[in-house]
Design a protein around this ligand. Sequence first.
Ligand SMILES: [Zn+2]
Length: 324
Amino acid sequence: MSLLAPLVAGFDIGGTNVRGVLVDRAGHLVGADRLPRPHEPDGIVDSVVTLVARMGTDAGADAHAVGVGCAGTVDRRGVVRASPNIPTLIEFPLADTLSKRLAMPVIVDNDATTATWAEVKTGAARGIRDVVFVALGTGIGVGIVLDGELRRGAQGFAGEAGHMVISPEGPECVCGRRGCWEVFASGRALGRLTQDAAREHRVPAIVEIAGGVIDDIRGEHVSELVAEGHPEALMMLDELGWWVGLGLTNLVNVLDVSTAVIGGGLSEIGRPLIAAIRVGYNSLMHDSDHRPPLNIVGALHGGRAGAIGAALLAADELHQPSRI
Ligand SMILES: [Zn+2]
């Protein structure tokens, strides 16, 4: 493979790791590396600088720009304004600090936003102009592409659809309100929904696998059983798919996208999850007679989407605006 220079580096700063990728101008993956995420901002900066150097040495060519996807709300100056997973980064001038240390352009954006760009540019929604990306992880992150352009909103905070309230009397969310979408439809929610089912004696096998303690049931207990086609796990997946589908109907009513890409850790379940979401969505969308069906697909880039998309956004900054 001949590389299309210049190379760009992309990073995903998450709760556990700093993941890096090196890609060429066409989005080909040239290298990948990672380090455990330090607690303090200075350590996070050091990790990114180290990984840029290490990936450049391994590839025999250096990056000319860096993009960073970060868990949390990130404003248009590249400053993290809120982040339950990485509170030490709040108000830290990450883009400016990295740019000075590396002496190259650096952009910082929300991790779901960067992952969205990866899926639209080189992934499951390549070339599609109206897309929502929905990352089902601990919470829910959403990215929006309309008319071929990433939509960030006035502050850069667009896409916080995980905190769209769908049941005002529902369980409390990490944001302090009740009944947010991510309380019902995230990876953590799969565990909570299954605990509720266990209290109603609907999932005895899952309770047994969790060691007989209902409060210990996690989404992973369900996702592992889905691979075996276990009926209790498939039932819980159907329930989750209904809640994911409910949120998608709201997003489609507001945004009129043609495609929803499902990513995040939970998407590793694969086809059974996508099938359950399709069933849920189709049962809830009210005007399907006159509206073409929503294209619901699994993400292509998996856990690397955030870093790859960050690199592609940095490449766009060098060459052209962020549009397809
Ligand atoms: Zn919330």
